[in-house]
Design a protein around this ligand. Structure first.
Ligand SMILES: *[C@@H]1O[C@H](CO)[C@@H](O)[C@H](O)[C@H]1NC(C)=O
Ligand SMILES: *[C@@H]1O[C@H](CO)[C@@H](O)[C@H](O)[C@H]1NC(C)=O
Length: 397
């Protein structure tokens, strides 16, 4: 069962016991900002878009199609830097809890999955095909993220929602950022310098090493061991899994390369152009994954690639087992945010828009197996504000 309704926002008008006036979206959504980060061009676009999101929700509620989801009840996903240290600590503790909770994945297939955290990595390893095909990429990851967020909330007592990483905030000095500086309220530090690590080969060229590549030695996850995989490692010297399926136990340190060169492919102006210049979902999808080559642009990796390699490494940079680094979910929350802002420029026409390159479009279902009980029609995971009986009910601020 999804239990996402335990969260409520105490509006000033509710506290005062008076009827809420017809008001701006800001009276419905709890916005929390850190003045250290000026709003970038996508943040500003999102703020403007919220007015139309509010109008869209008002229509949807009037039509009885919101499945109980309103802007007041929506879970708020925030940028890591906008969260307080207390909120960051609660979130980190919930992950550490998931990293201790016993696995529910089938033992015969995944003897290496020891914890609930590992379960998500194991699912991704085996189902990378359906998670990443043209029809699945956005909605299947939206559901995957929801299942993970629900595990943190329902199994580990987390009260908030999953944060996202706004890539642009990591295009200057990611190693010293609140996300990666390695202190107790960060998501862990950089990997130790590995002189043999030269960078990552991508279809758009080499992303030069950011100076890391070794084991993460600082922060809350310094003792965490990745379990299953590797699947398709992007670094040398990743120990082989004892099973050919990759599902065996292969405990190894988490390696990272916090990489500003990768982040520079995902600046706010690129994200803004992606949203505003993509008039249809195929263009949005192609630009996100493989933008047209541009020889005068040395960071032309595409936002999806950039986001994965801001931390990179093993298991984070391995496309099969990337959820083994908790930063994976920050990246996919950001992609979900960009997709959502794109949809909300024209919700009536864009919510159900599917990439036309794939087969079985609308009849496709998403089955997360041991991660979530409900097998859901793919289009239900296109609707972030009421989809699947209201299980999807989030805003990004
Ligand atoms: C960790 O670093 C960030 C960014 O400088 C800072 O906001 C936060 O308060 C620090 N946390 C601790 C526990 O010192
Ligand atoms: C190619 O990259 C350069 C430098 O970033 C940029 O000014 C130019 O607009 C890009 N060309 C295209 C067609 O996107």
């Amino acid at each position: 069962m999804w239990t996402i309704w335990s969260f409520s926002v105490l509006l000033p008008s509710v506290l005062a016991g008076v009827a809420a006036p017809a008001a701006d979206w800001r009276s419905k959504v709890n916005v929390q900002r850190n003045g250290f980060y000026p709003l970038d061009i996508v943040d500003k676009l999102e703020e403007t878009t919220m007015t139309s999101v509010d109008a869209y929700m008002t229509k949807k509620i009037a039509a009885g199609k919101n499945n109980g989801c309103t802007l007041e009840t929506a879970g708020v996903r925030r940028e890591w830097g906008d969260m307080t240290d207390e909120q960051r600590t609660d979130f980190i503790n919930a992950i550490l809890c998931l990293m201790k909770a016993p696995s529910k994945a089938p033992k015969d297939q995944f003897p290496g999955a020891r914890t609930r955290f590992d379960d998500f990595m194991a699912y991704h390893l085996t189902n990378a095909g359906s998670l990443h095909d043209t029809i699945g990429l956005f909605p299947a990851h939206k559901y995957f993220l929801l299942a993970y967020e629900n595990a943190l909330r329902n199994e580990c007592g987390y009260k908030g929602y999953h944060p996202y990483m706004n890539y642009d905030r990591y295009t200057k000095d990611p190693k010293n950022s609140a996300l990666f500086n390695g202190n107790a309220t960060s998501m862990g530090g950089n990997g130790a310098p590995d002189p043999n690590y030269k960078g990552l080969r991508t279809s758009a060229g080499l992303i030069k090493s950011g100076g890391g590549g070794g084991c993460v030695t600082e922060g809350p996850f310094k003792d965490y061991k990745a379990s299953v995989g590797p699947g398709d490692p992007v670094m040398d010297n990743v120990p082989k899994n004892p099973l050919s399926s990759g599902g065996g136990y292969n405990p190894r340190c988490m390696r990272r390369d916090i990489n500003v060169n990768a982040a520079l492919g995902a600046t706010a102006d690129r994200a803004y152009n992606l949203i505003m210049k993509s008039k249809d979902i195929n263009t949005f999808y192609n630009t996100l994954l493989t933008p047209p080559r541009n020889s005068s642009d040395q960071y032309n990796w595409g936002i999806h690639t950039s986001g994965h390699y801001i931390a990179g490494g093993d298991p984070g940079g391995d496309p099969m087992v990337s959820p083994g680094d908790p930063i994976f979910y920050f990246h996919h929350a950001m992609l979900d945010r960009l997709w959502w802002i794109w949809q909300m420029q024209d919700p009536d026409n864009r919510i159900n828009a599917q990439v036309s390159l794939g087969a079985n479009g609308a009849s496709r279902k998403i089955d997360l197996k041991w991660l979530a009980p409900d097998v859901i029609p793919v289009l239900e995971a296109h609707d972030g504000l009421g989809g699947h009986g209201g299980a999807f009910c989030h805003v990004y601020v």
